[in-house]
Design a protein. Sequence first.
Length: 614
Amino acid sequence: MNTTFAPFKPALSAFRPISAIASLLLLSACATTGQQRALQPEDAHHARDAATAALSTPAPGGKTANTIAVAEEKLPNVRLTDELFYKILASEIAFQRGQWQPSYVTLLSVAQQTRDPRIAKRAMEMALAARQPGEALSAIRLWRELSPESNEATQYYLGFMLTNGELDEIKSVYSQKLAESQPAQRGILMLQAQRLLSRAKDKQAALAALDQIVAPYQSGPDAKVAQAQAALNAGDKARAIREARQVLTLKPDSELAILTIAQASAPAEAIPELQTFIDKNPAAQDLRIALASLLIEQKRYADASAQFKLILRDKPEDTNATYTLAVLALEQHQLDEAEAGFIRYLQLSEQKSEERDLTMAYLNLARIAYERKNPQQAQEWLAKVDAMDGRNPAWFGVQLRRASLYARMGNLPQARDILHTTTAGSESEEIQLIQTEAQLLRDSGSVLETVEVLRQGIKRFPNASDLMYDYAMVLESQQNFTEMEAQLRKVIQLAPDNQHAYNALGYSFADRNIRLDEATSLIEKANQLAPEDPYILDSLGWVYFRKGDHAKAEEILRKAFSMRTDPEIAAHLGEVLWVKGDQSTALQIWRDALKKDATNQSLRNTLDRLKVQL
C-alpha cells in the first residue's frame, strides 16, 4: 500500500502515458458503461462530437477517415424567388428573436420543396441550438435524403444513432459504405467504425456490431486490427492480443497491432514486445514514445532516457523530447545534463516563437540551483516565474510548486506565506492549499502542526473526504489507529467509491495482523473499484500472507510487482518468498529494490525484522 497524500504531481506527470500515445494510433478509448436510454436534449450536442471524433481520427500514414474520397455534393439549381427569399429571411429573423419552432418548420418545408440540402442543414442547426434533438434528427434524415453523398450529414446522423443506442443502424450504414468503397479505403472505414462504436455504452454489443460489419473482410489485417481494438475496448484483453498477433502475421510492420498488444499486456510483457518491434522498425517514433512512457512508469529512467536520445538524434529540435529528457536527467540527479536540457528547451521555444508555458522549466532550473546549494541562482529563476502573467491557467499549480521549492530550500515560512497569499478560485483549490501546507509541514518533521492544519481544514470543510484521508494517514504514522479508523470510515461514508480509503483501512488491519476477515473484505472492495491498481493488489497479497495462504499471496504480489516494481511491493513479495524457502529470489528482489530506493522505510523495516544483511 502507498500512503502518500501529497497533492503534488511528480515532475514526469506532464509526460503522456501509453494510453494517450495509443490514441494517436486509433487504440480504443474507454467510455462509461450503463443502460441505454432515450435521446435527451443534451445529447444533440454530444452526438455530433462523437461522430466527428470517429470520422477525423488519424490513421497510419497521417490520413484521417475524412480523407476518403467522396463524390462532390450535388446541389439543385434553385431560383431564388421573392417568396423563397422572404421565407428564409423571415425564418432567420424569427429565430434570432427566440422563435425557433416556426423558423424550423418553415425551413424544413422549404428544404422539401426545393430539395436543397443546405436548407435542411440550417433547419437542423436551429433545432440543435434550441436543444430539440427529435426535430434535429428529422432535419438530418432529410439532409441525408437530399444529399446521400454528404459525409458531414452522415457524421451527424451516426452521432445521433450512437447516442440513442441504435447500433443496428450504424452497422447498416457502415456495411453499405464498405460494400461501395474501394479496397484501399476499407481499412480506414473499419477503423472509423470501430472508433465510433468505442463510444457506445454497451461495449459487448459494440464489439458484436463491429464483428458483423467487418465479417465479409475477415481474412484481411484491417478487419483484424479493428477487431483487436474493439475487443480491448470491451475489456477482452485475451482476444485483443490474439487478434493483434494475427494482424502481425499478415502485416509484420503494423504499429496499431503492436500497440494493441502493449495496452492489453502488463508492463513487464509490454516493454519487451515494444522493444523488439522497434528494433526491427526503428522509424516507429510513436512506438518509441510509448515504450519510453512505460519505462518511466516503471521508474526505469535511464532506459527511457536512451529512447529519447534516439528520438532527438533524428529530430534534434523536438521541444517535447528535449524537455522530457531534461526531466529524466533531473530524476536521476544528473544536474549538468538536466540544466543543459532545460536551457536548450527555453532556447528552442524562443527560436520557434512557440506559445509555451515555460514555468515548469524555470521551476526545475531553480530546483537544480538549490540542489547545487546556490540559493541566489534559485531565487533568480523563481523571479522569472514571479514575473510571468498571473492570469496563466496553470498559475495556481505554479504557486504550489513554488511553495514546495521554497520549503526544499529550507525556507518553510516563505513557502507557507505563498500558500496563505494565493487566491483560490474554488473550494477544491482551497482544499488543495490546505493539503499542500500539511504535506510541507509533514516533510519538515512538524507533525503536530500538520495535524493541526488538517484538523482546522476539516472544520472549514467538514465534507472534504480528501482532507479526512490525509488526516487519517498522518494519524496512522503516529500510530493513533483508533482515530485513524474513525476518519477512514467517515471517508467511506462520504465517498463510497474512494478505493484508497477501503485499501488504507484494510491494509492497516492486515499490517497489524488483526481483523483479517474484515481487512480482506475492505481490500477486495478497493480492488473491485480499481482492479488494475498495483498498490491495492499489494495490500490484497499482504492480507492473504497474513492469513497463511502463501501461494495466493505470491500469485497476487507477483502480479502487482509486474505492474509496478515499487520497493514496498518488493518488500512484501520478498518476505513471502523468504518464508516459502525461495530465499535466493527474495534476496535478488530486495537488492534490486534497494538500488532504486535505498531509504525506503518499509523495505528497511522488513530486512531488519528478518535480520537480513544485503
